[in-house]
Structure formats: structure tokens, C-alpha cells
Design a binder for this molecule. Structure first.
Ligand code: DAH
Length: 418
């Protein structure tokens, strides 16, 4: 695998080259790299880093003793009548991730600040819905697909750039629904309750199946007493659409999105006489709820103190995670002058922190912003370091913090303030 710039300390020669190169090409020293055994060329659109590429090999949904694997097992067990599709590589075309799902050309999800571009043609899937069309083209009438998905995001206890989703999809014919016609005789007008192409009867019947199926699964996983509620939502690929929320510690938490599949997605895949529902849920959230895991980064831990707690469990067992011990946080601030507001990209800065942070970054917050009389702007970020495995030494954190400063100066053209 070709090393990326962020992965290591840069050489003086590289530094010189960098200083004079353009913003986009600054990122990579090499013109191609491997993901899951496939080689990809970089170009001006490339915004993934070595840190992210390394995550693509972890496959937590298959890893022994990982709670993500247990949730994955529970889904596979509950949906055992459904076909199981696996796509080990997270690299998908823009068409699969967006166009095939009717996601518009100017939708925010396409922005490089939100999505990891491998190059102009490919992204790391941002959701498992990216595989819907492929599964349909293979003739499946009901399927699940569990996989790792990637989004550029802030670093905190509840967010990590890679997480896991399961897509569930089911088609129905009029015979299966026992309804004379699922297609409206003449195109109706779209209402809040139903697409123009379907009869209300068919749409309602599929909605009932969807809600029943999903609620049963959640109650099987989290317990019969789990309180749930359906909230109307919007997705470009379903109508009507809902989110399922569950009550946890006095708060409603969203755990999945779903809806009646847009008929156009079916007809684009040469399915002209069916109606279907689709749902996509996040495995981390379910695992955090089921096992009381407080921090999303723990799933990535190789620490035996964490993994051993899940070792001999099956998906049907209940347990509550006991924090091994609480190690203290180490808080450090960094301030720097930025070249100007338009060229400074916070995501790039967060990426540097990720790449240098050795998995020890708990949180990053902008705590101060100041513009002097000459119009120069200075930003101050607070970086919170914490390990779940041991006490951090001041020297070790200082070294990382210092490297973050050096890399930020080099790559983002800022001037760190002492
Ligand atoms: N893909 C959506 C997301 O990642 C989740 C989702 C919503 C999946 C509705 C679906 C669906 O299949 O029907 O936010």
C-alpha cells in the first residue's frame, strides 16, 4: 500500500515540494493507492487519507468478539429468510452512491467536505443504500446488506469517520399482498401518504409490514419493554419515509431511516409491477444501546480488556459493558493565524488531527476566533486526548500535539502562535 503524506513525518524534500504545490495536489505524494486489493489512481478530487484507508481492512462486522459483529449476527438471524449480500470493498461509483438513489447533483451529501472521494469517479460508500440497485439487478426479492460506511465528520464520542449500516429491502407483488392492484390505474397525485404510482391500499399494506418487521426486530434485540415511535422523514429514495426513534434515558434517539421505495428506482431496474420497502440502520447505535457502550471509538479498540467482555457471547445474550477503568483526559489548546477564511478548511484540519492522533483524540472544539486590526484571523482549538487503555504521559501527548502543529503549518499554510 502506498504511504500517504499524512501517515508519516514528511521529509525536508517533500516539505519544499509541498510549499509550492497547489492546495489539492498537496495531499498525496503518490499517484495511486490500494483499497481492499484494488488499485486506484488519485486526482484532484481525492480526499481520503492513509488513516481512513487503514480502516477499510478492519471489517468489524466480521471480527471475533466485537459487539458490531454480535449486532450483525442478530440481524442475520432475524432476517434469515432474506438474501444476504456482501460487498467487502467500500469503494463505489458516484452513480451507485447517489444517482441510482435519485440523490440530486447538488445534494449536500456529494460535497467533498462530507464524503470521501477516492478520485473523480469513486467514493467510499456513505451508506449501504448504495448497493440497492445491484441487489435488485441480481433478482433478489428481499435482501440485507451489512457493511462499513464512511462520512467525513467531527471527532467526538458519538461520531467516527467509519461506522456500520445494514440495508434491509423487501419487494411485494399484488398476489403477495392479496390486493387486486398495487399500481394506480392512472397516475394519482403524490400525497403525504402515497406515491402517485401506487394505490393507497398497497402502500398502506407495505407500510404496515415495514413497521411491524422493524419494530419486532428492535424489540427482540433490545427487549419487549423498549419504547418506540415513528417520525415522518424525507429521503430522496423513499416516499413516504420515516425514522424510528427509541426512548433511552429520557431522550428519543433516532436509530434508522426507512420508507416505501421510490417506484422510479424499481422501474430503473426493470421491475414494473412491484412495490417495496427499504430501511437502513446503524449498528453502532444499536450496540451502544444494547451493551451500554459509552464511546464509539471503543469498537475499534484491540484492547483485550474491552474485547474479552464480548468473547463468549452470542447475539442472543444480554450483558452490560463495564468500563475497564477511567483514565484521565489531557487537554491542550492550539491557536494559529489562518491565511484567510475561504482557504482554511476545518475538515482538513480535523483530518490532520486524526492522522497524527494515534486513536487518542476524544474531542476537538473551536473555542476562540479573533480578527486583529490588520484583518488577520486567529483560531483556537481545544483538543482533548484520552486513552481507554492507559494513562497518557504528558511527554507523549506533547509530541502528538506538536506534530499536529507542524503538519497543520505545512499542509494548511497557517502560522501556529506560541
Ligand atoms: N441511507 C440512509 C442513511 O444513510 C438510511 C436509509 C433511509 C436507508 C431510508 C433506507 C431508507 O433504505 O429507505 O441515512
Amino acid at each position: 500500500m502506498a504511504p500517504f503524506l499524512f501517515a508519516r513525518v514528511v521529509s525536508v524534500r517533500t516539505v519544499r515540494a509541498l510549499r509550492f504545490s497547489t492546495k489539492a495536489s498537496r495531499r498525496f505524494e503518490f499517484d495511486s493507492f490500494d483499497i481492499c486489493g484494488q488499485r486506484y489512481k488519485t486526482d484532484l478530487h481525492t480526499n481520503i487519507t492513509q488513516f481512513i484507508v487503514a480502516l477499510t481492512d478492519r471489517k468489524l462486522y466480521k471480527a471475533a468478539s466485537n459487539p458490531i459483529r454480535l449486532i450483525s449476527d442478530s440481524i442475520r438471524h432475524y432476517f434469515k429468510q432474506f438474501d444476504l449480500f456482501e460487498y467487502p470493498s467500500p469503494v463505489v461509483s458516484l452513480d451507485a452512491n447517489f444517482d441510482s438513489l435519485l440523490i440530486g447533483k447538488d445534494h449536500v451529501a456529494r460535497k467533498p467536505s462530507d464524503t470521501y472521494y477516492v478520485n473523480e469517479q469513486f467514493v467510499l460508500r456513505t451508506h449501504t443504500s448504495a448497493h440497492q440497485s445491484d441487489c435488485l439487478q441480481q433478482g433478489s426479492q428481499a435482501f440485507i446488506c451489512i457493511a462499513d460506511v464512511y462520512r467525513r465528520d467531527a471527532i467526538k464520542r458519538t461520531h467516527f469517520p467509519c461506522f456500520h449500516q445494514c440495508e434491509v429491502f423487501k419487494l411485494f407483488s399484488s398476489e403477495e399482498l392479496n390486493i387486486k392492484s398495487i399500481l394506480a390505474y392512472q397516475e394519482n397525485v403524490r400525497s403525504d401518504q402515497c406515491q402517485e404510482s401506487y394505490t393507497i391500499e398497497a402502500s398502506k399494506s407495505v407500510e404496515n409490514d415495514l413497521k411491524y418487521t422493524i419494530e419486532q426486530y428492535i424489540k427482540e434485540l433490545l427487549g419487549k419493554q423498549t419504547q418506540t415511535r415513528w417520525v415522518s422523514a424525507y429521503f430522496p429514495f423513499t416516499h413516504p419515509s420515516w425514522e424510528l426513534e427509541i426512548m433511552h434515558n429520557g431522550e428519543w434517539l433516532e436509530i434508522l431511516g426507512c420508507g416505501i421505495v421510490e417506484n422510479r428506482i424499481l422501474t430503473n431496474n426493470r421491475i414494473n409491477d412491484k412495490i417495496g420497502w427499504a430501511a437502513g440502520f446503524g449498528l453502532e447505535r444499536l450496540a451502544m444501546l444494547k451493551y451500554s457502550i459509552p464511546d464509539i471509538r471503543l469498537f475499534w479498540s484491540k484492547d483485550t480488556g474491552f474485547l474479552s467482555q464480548f468473547k463468549n457471547l452470542t447475539h442472543a445474550d444480554n450483558m452490560k459493558y463495564t468500563p475497564i477503568s477511567k483514565y484521565p483526559q489531557c487537554i491542550k489548546d492550539i491557536s494559529f493565524w489562518i491565511p484567510d477564511e475561504d482557504t482554511f478548511c476545518e475538515q482538513d484540519f480535523l483530518e490532520i488531527i486524526h492522522s497524527q492522533g494515534r486513536g487518542l483524540i476524544e474531542q476537538v472544539d473551536l473555542i476562540d476566533k479573533y480578527t486583529n486590526k490588520k484583518g488577520r484571523t486567529s483560531l483556537c482549538y481545544r483538543i482533548i486526548y484520552r486513552s481507554h487503555e492507559r494513562n497518557l504521559t504528558n511527554a507523549e501527548v506533547n509530541e502528538i500535539h506538536c506534530n499536529i502543529g507542524i503538519q497543520t503549518e505545512l499542509l494548511l499554510n497557517v502560522e501556529v502562535r506560541e
